[in-house]
Design a protein around this ligand. Structure first.
Ligand code: HEM
Length: 146
């Protein structure tokens, strides 16, 4: 069970990253071409949905993780356990909130331009936070690419 969820959590990072990047690029292009904004079946909604699923998978994996037991035993003193149990989840929470706000503001925006702008700004910051908070294999020896 734990292994399955961890694999899903690890692999879904690519869906989150690709949908976020795609949605930002699309919003930049749409702004330039003066296209009209639609929130239905949009790439932005897909990006937010995948981040939300990823967040839930994170919640499902965190208490079963060996990092959680290590964190209970060693507390803040163990930098890797602290990363997985405190820093990674809290930074991802910030990223989820930013993407959700960006999407909600886009839907309520008075003009198409303001809607795309909201997506570009909030999604870009969210993307940066996610990139910084992912346990990449070049930062953590036990982490994987998939
Ligand atoms: C957009 C949100 C998130 C992304 C993109 C993300 C991404 C990842 C990735 C790529 C890994 C590495 C998996 C591996 O090495 O195979 C990971 C591990 C982990 N994540 Fe997340 N995560 C997110 C949110 C969360 C949240 C909200 C929590 C907790 C509430 C969480 C808890 C964990 C834990 C505990 C691990 C380590 C599991 C283990 O090795 O036992 N993640 N995450």
């Amino acid at each position: 069970m734990y292994n399955g969820i961890l694999h899903a959590h690890s692999g879904l990072r690519w869906v989150v990253l690709i949908t976020l990047i795609y949605s930002i690029v699309q919003a930049v292009q749409a702004r330039k071409s003066g296209a009209s904004f639609t929130s239905k079946k949009s790439s932005g909604t897909l990006a937010v949905a995948s981040i939300h699923v990823q967040f839930l998978l994170g919640l499902a994996v965190v208490f079963q993780s060996p990092w959680f037991s290590l964190f209970q035993a060693e507390g803040m003193g163990n930098a890797t356990a602290r990363f997985y149990i405190i820093e990674h989840p809290s930074m991802m929470l910030i990223a989820v909130v930013l993407a959700t706000i960006g999407n909600a503001r886009a839907k309520k925006a008075a003009t198409d331009d303001a809607a795309f702008k909201s997506r570009i700004i909030f999604f870009s910051i969210s993307l940066l936070v996610i990139l910084a908070a992912i346990p990449w294999p070049f930062r953590f020896v036990n982490a994987g690419w998939l």
